[in-house]
Each structure stands twice: as structure tokens, then as C-alpha cells.
Design a protein around this ligand. Sequence first.
Ligand code: PGA
Length: 251
Amino acid sequence: MSRKKLIAGNWKMNGLIADSATLAKEISLNVKNLKPNTEVLVCPPFTLLTTVKKALRGSKVMLGAQDCHIEEKGAHTGDISPYMLKDAGCEYVILGHSERRTDHKETNALVKAKAQAAIKAGLKVIICVGETLTEREAGKAFEVTEKQIKGSLPNESTAANTVIAYEPVWAIGTGKTATPADAEAVHAHIRKVLVQKCGKAIASRMRILYGGSMKPANAAELLAQENIDGGLIGGASLKSADFTAIIETAK
Ligand code: PGA
């Protein structure tokens, strides 16, 4: 089953207006001759969405956000609705990142409700799952990711509106990367869980990204694995040369 590779940059809480416009412009110029089988996405913080959207004008690079609320509008101070993201030009939203699950106590049920709301608003969702180091050492990587997938994916999920990101928590921002074989083992397991959850036709087309210290030096080998359909990249997505080099390794 051929699935288009998706290389997504998660800028997290980084960037001011001037630098971000430059970064986005550089990325859009670097990927002018994007391979037809690769898609590129950048997910800046909310304050930069408009700036980055402008800087990406005329390029194939897509825009995404890093979180959204479950409601369309209303009295939710400090929150952003999926309709606002759509209005700002986003195509994607990252949901259930481990940093949000930890910092904001986001549960699978909440991630699922957010995904439902985002899909209803016309966004595509990137739902993140992944085990902690303690869970991995206890041999629970499959069990934990399975529970997260089953609890966080809404019934509305299809291969067209949902992407999974497997991000082992111990590999995020630490410089430690899962070996391609270890990552592939979890990805293959996730694909099996998706068959149970969404049926074979959807599961075989749904993309599963790897995230956790992906960089130019390890991207090619990770992206060559059968069930690794792209990357969710934090640190290395903040440098246009590194992000571009990763994009170029995707086949
Ligand atoms: P990292 O972050 O590439 O800096 O490890 C990945 C992520 O958390 O999405």
C-alpha cells in the first residue's frame, strides 16, 4: 500500500514574528521541487499562524496548529477553537501530544473529543501516542499505544482526515531515537490496532508518523521502514537546512 509521506514540523512554543517569517520562507523555497509523493506541513504556535501563512503563500507547504478546544466558540478564556484554526488557514491540528497529555493532563477521552470537533470543522488531525521510558522498560510499549489509539481516535476517523504520530516520550527532545527496528515494531502494532478500530481499508491507508529526535542523520533509515509514513519533527524543524534535509530523505 503506497501512502504519501508526511513530514511535519512541530515548532512547539518557539518563534517570534520576524524569525518565523524567515524560517517559513526558507522552507517554502527549499521545497519548491517537492517530490509528488511527499507532503510538508509546519505547525507554529497560534501567534505565528497568520505570519507563516503569508510567508508560505504560493508554496506547497501546509499550515497546522498544535492544539484546539472542543467547542466552536464561547466562554473559554485562553483557548482556540478548531473553526478559528480553519479560518486562519490551517489544514491540520496536532492533538494529544505527550507534552499536552503531561502539562495539561489531557486524557484519551479529551483528545478524542478534540479530534471529533476538529474533523467537524474541516481540519485533519494528527493524533499523538507513545510510551514513557518506564513503560518501555516494563515491556508495555504495545499495550500503552494500543490503549491510546483505541481511546483517542473518534469513530469519524478515516485515512483522509486522521494521521497517527508515534512519539516515544523518552525520545522527544532527548537526542535518543528509537532504532528503526524498534520504531517499526510499534508502528506495525499500531497498524494492527487500526485494523481492529477502523477496518482494513482505512488502516492500510492511514499514515503513521514517527517522532522523537528525528534528524537528517537518522531520518532516511527511519523513513525507509514499511510502516513509517513520515515524521513529526520538533527541534530539527526549527532549522530550515535540517528540516529540508529530512524532507529530501523521504521517498
Ligand atoms: P523532537 O520533538 O524532534 O524535538 O524530539 C518531536 C515532537 O515532540 O513532536
